[in-house]
Design a protein around this ligand. Sequence first.
Ligand SMILES: NC(=O)c1ccc[n+]([C@@H]2O[C@H](COP(=O)([O-])OP(=O)(O)OC[C@H]3O[C@@H](n4cnc5c(N)ncnc54)[C@H](OP(=O)(O)O)[C@@H]3O)[C@@H](O)[C@H]2O)c1
Length: 185
Amino acid sequence: MKTQYYTASSLDGFIADEENSLSWLLQFGELEDSSYSGFISSVGAIAMGSTTYEWILTHQINEQAQHQQRWVYEQPTWVFTTRVLPTVEGADIRFVKGDVRSVHQEMIEVVGNKNIWLMGGGDLVGQFHDHGLLDEVIVQIASVTLGSGASLLPRKIVTPPLKLLSAKVYGNAFAELHYEVSRSR
Ligand SMILES: NC(=O)c1ccc[n+]([C@@H]2O[C@H](COP(=O)([O-])OP(=O)(O)OC[C@H]3O[C@@H](n4cnc5c(N)ncnc54)[C@H](OP(=O)(O)O)[C@@H]3O)[C@@H](O)[C@H]2O)c1
């Protein structure tokens, strides 16, 4: 069981622009032969922050959504928020707040030998890292810069550095970097 941060980023380290838009990413469409199908088949639980959840509601779930679809995640999903947010019919969504350690324990109890996907945002992933609960970072770096926005991982991770496990090229726009987070400090 691993706790993995799997996401896409701009070259300058942002996962969304200042308006929480992903149009810079969506312009590339569905990637052929991406790592996603292999990755998601090993995911047993998902965690995300409320901005990410509300992005999904606005862009995929709500009646006014441009690309309306059903909730696509079959795994139980923990959404971190201090507010009361709408749920999605038919989805296993659990709203939580506060210390990530107790939530991580709840997630471990359901995943079996599968992995935990930290979808983001970056600070929420940082909260897991602060408690030594982040095992891997897998990031698809798109060939764009945003200048500002939501940070990929707003933490200082210097010594020991992340260990690069692999670097793959997808088409002419993406490089996927797969890192292991060292536990020894
Ligand atoms: N590029 C990609 O592949 C990718 C992947 C994921 C997300 N994104 C995008 O990146 C952006 C990320 O937004 P973001 O940086 O604001 O991060 P976020 O983690 O999605 O949302 C942050 C919010 O979550 C809540 N939260 C975080 N930690 C909490 C805790 N411990 N307890 C209770 N609530 C907590 C707080 O909101 P409240 O308490 O006010 O609810 C906080 O303001 C979004 O636009 C998203 O769509 C992009």
